[in-house]
Design a protein around this ligand. Structure first.
Ligand code: P6P
Length: 337
């Protein structure tokens, strides 16, 4: 850059939070501490993943996690990094992690926030160099509560914030505080997340569908018929069939959906009768982000994801989310619109 090209008034994540603090429901200024802790965890995980190739961290540990996934070394490290960052925040009381059977209570922390996370989502792709990410939902501890499961098993609409970090060519952070979505990119030299997508809006329609068609044999006929409809030109605008794009890493598939539009789905099937994705730390946060960017997020029955209430911390849900017009196409197909 020549000197005059350098932007000296950049919005870092801490500055963004301070400038928008008043928008977080009754945030009393401590929300900055939560996001600083989250930002540190994302930077640390990002750096660890990038080093992984060099220090031979790739490959499996041979164990499985609480929900039966084969655990990768990086899964374990990502989980430890995240747990310690939340413990160090001083105000996150409860943590639910995909990698932990039970919820974690930080007894010395103030009872301000409960966080649910998938520390490294899509980790099965890690060894192939595919983008993976960390997904988080954030709830405020209920008044008078000292921090128990009831602070977590709540309707999705009670989330005060949601975010994901995607570890790709760059490290991206997509964040909502309930007042729109903002996208940041990590400047590795500054060690700061810089605002690059202020007030991001998802396109209202895009002929892309993102689903694992390897499950077709296990889907209901309704879902088989719908996906076939997307492929028949006569059924679609401009007589164009939809394009298929599926990475198999939710953060990467959703990130593309945010920027290009389209429909991401993981329906229930005879193998996963409640769907595969977890409600608290995959479906809920992504649904809040997608809705806040002007999109829609429903389950197989057409119910709004954020209206659901989990009964267990590792509950799963079917998901259809993305551009309004494309989710509406599904809703019309099941006569819910
Ligand atoms: P499948 C990754 O394991 C994950 O949890 C999500 O990131 C991803 O969308 C989904 O599972 C992929 O599942 O069955 O298509 O490999």
């Amino acid at each position: 850059d020549s000197l005059e090209d350098i932007n000296t008034d950049i919005i870092t994540l801490p500055r963004f939070i301070i400038e928008t603090q008043q928008n977080v429901k009754d945030a009393k200024g401590d929300f900055t501490l939560v996001l600083n802790a989250l930002g540190f965890a994302f930077k640390f995980i990002s750096q660890t993943i990038r080093k992984a190739e060099l220090i031979n961290l790739v490959g499996i540990t041979g164990n499985t996690n609480s929900t039966g996934d084969e655990q990768k070394k990086l899964d374990v490290l990502g989980d430890e990094i995240f747990i310690n960052a939340m413990k160090g925040s001083g105000i996150v009381k409860i943590l639910v992690s995909e990698e932990q059977e039970d919820l974690i209570i930080f007894h010395h922390n103030d009872s301000k926030y409960a966080i649910c996370c998938d520390p490294i989502d899509g980790s099965s792709n890690l060894d192939a160099g595919v983008s993976v990410g960390t997904i988080c939902s954030i709830f405020r501890i209920l008044p008078g509560s000292s921090g128990t499961t009831k602070d977590i098993l709540r309707q999705g609409t009670e989330m005060v914030a949601a975010c994901y970090a995607m570890y790709g060519a760059s490290t991206h952070l997509m964040l909502t505080l309930g007042n729109g979505v903002n996208g940041f990119t990590l400047d590795n030299t500054l060690g700061e997340f810089i605002l690059v997508h202020p007030d991001l809006r998802i396109p209202s329609q895009k002929s892309i569908y993102s689903i694992n068609e390897g499950n077709t044999f296990f889907w209901s006929q309704t879902i088989i018929d719908f996906i076939e409809k997307l492929k028949r030109p006569e059924d679609n605008a401009n007589d164009k069939p939809y394009s298929a794009r599926y990475i198999g890493s939710m953060v990467a598939d959703i990130h593309r959906t945010f920027l290009y539009g389209g429909l991401f789905a993981y329906p229930a099937d005879t193998k996963n009768t409640h769907g595969k994705l977890r409600l608290l730390y995959e479906a809920f946060p992504m649904a809040m982000l997608i809705e806040q960017a002007g999109g829609k997020a429903v389950n197989d029955k057409g119910e709004r994801i954020l209206d659901l209430i989990p009964t267990h911390i590792h509950d799963k849900s079917s998901v259809w989310m993305g551009s309004c017009d494309d989710v509406d196409k599904y809703l019309k197909h099941i006569n819910k619109l």
